[in-house]
Design a protein around this ligand. Structure first.
Ligand code: FES
Length: 88
């Protein structure tokens, strides 16, 4: 099974732009999409990822991504499932 790790910044700057809600949306959404396309999603929070001015920030298998907020959770899950496979 392919594994994809989503790391959502929970540092102070990203938290001010709803990264906590983004993390919760991704965790909730990943639960219903586990196993799709043979992919296992893991969603975790992290400390500051060093890109505070353009958050909320996350990484998909180590690749940095900035989004507009929790409303992009579905898009992030689509990207994670469709474009970021990593041998696991
Ligand atoms: S607080 Fe999120 S990148 Fe710094």
């Amino acid at each position: 099974m392919t594994k994809v790790l989503l790391e959502v910044c929970q540092g102070s700057a990203c938290s001010e732009v709803s990264s906590g809600e983004l993390l919760r949306c991704l965790q909730a959404g990943s639960g219903s999409r586990q196993g799709q396309q043979g992919t296992e999603l893991q969603v975790v929070g992290t400390w500051c990822q060093g890109r505070c001015a353009i958050g909320p920030n996350l990484r998909i298998n180590g690749r940095p991504l900035s989004v507009s907020g929790p409303s992009d959770a579905r898009l992030v899950l689509d990207l994670a499932l469709e474009h970021e496979p990593q041998a696991g």
